[in-house]
Ligand binder design. Structure first.
Ligand SMILES: [Zn+2]
Length: 247
């Protein structure tokens, strides 16, 4: 049994690793077929990476996050994103959640990649994402699911008029996720994402001594993480929170 779990986890992690490499190559304007066939190399010294270094998550741990020839640091984002997709695949295997949600997760994965690098996401991709969310909503429509994301989007847009805190991309992605979740799950998604991002900013301030005002973080990776939590445990978390608050 444990072998099946491990295989599924590494399937997700490997898909993540492949997606990261492909997105990187698209970004660097590699031409077909190099986008798929070329071996990965160190960004700085251009040395080709070997099998062990390319192995998801463990490769990063074995080389301690640095290129073994030139010492160039490899962003922690890569192993974390591999872990994210590995755990997502495993959870989808363990729980009976509609498989279409894995498409949402993959989309969030791609959006997170760009948000992490550019602090922005492409409008076209957000539009496709919104259509996907609408489709999922229409398969099993529940009008009540629309209220919370609509109200929240309006609030965020109004807040943005006074002080720019959320990008329009973030708001649209949140809205899209909101319509495919129940309102309890959506609240967990929203506040979970904010809390994850705050914890990350705090760690930047504490460990990297970055000024709190400069500690700008991309939101979509944190909303993706919170989405994963909310589809599997949003209801349970929400109910325990209500109980805790005595409601
Ligand atoms: Zn190197």
């Amino acid at each position: 049994m444990i072998i099946i779990y491990l295989c599924i986890f590494f399937l997700g992690a490997s898909v993540a690793s492949f997606l990261n490499a492909t997105l990187y190559r698209i970004d660097k304007k590699y031409k077909y077929p190099e986008i798929i066939t070329k071996n990965s190399h160190c960004e700085k010294c251009k040395r080709q990476l070997n099998w062990i270094e390319l192995f998801p998550i463990f490769g990063y741990i074995l080389i301690r996050g640095k290129c073994s020839s030139c010492g160039n640091k490899i962003p922690l984002y890569y192993p974390l994103s591999e872990m994210f997709l590995g755990i997502s695949f495993l959870l989808f295997y363990l729980y009976t959640t509609p498989l279409i949600y894995i498409l949402v997760i993959l989309f969030l994965f791609i959006l997170s990649y760009y948000d992490n690098i550019y602090m922005a996401v492409s409008k076209n991709m957000v539009h496709i994402f919104l259509v996907l969310c609408c489709l999922i909503f229409l398969i099993n429509p529940n009008i009540y699911n629309l209220i919370a994301p609509l109200v929240l989007s309006v609030i965020l847009i109004v807040v943005n008029l006074f002080k720019k805190s959320f990008g329009m991309g973030d708001i649209l992605v949140l809205g899209g996720l909101g319509i495919i979740l129940e309102y309890s799950q959506f609240l967990i998604l929203f506040w979970g994402g904010i809390i994850f991002a705050l914890l990350y900013s705090l760690s930047l301030v504490l460990f990297k001594k970055i000024n709190i005002k400069k500690a700008k973080v991309p939101m979509i990776p944190f909303f993706s993480l919170a989405f994963l939590v909310s589809i599997f445990w949003g209801d349970i978390l929400f109910n325990s929170l209500l109980k805790f608050l005595g409601m």
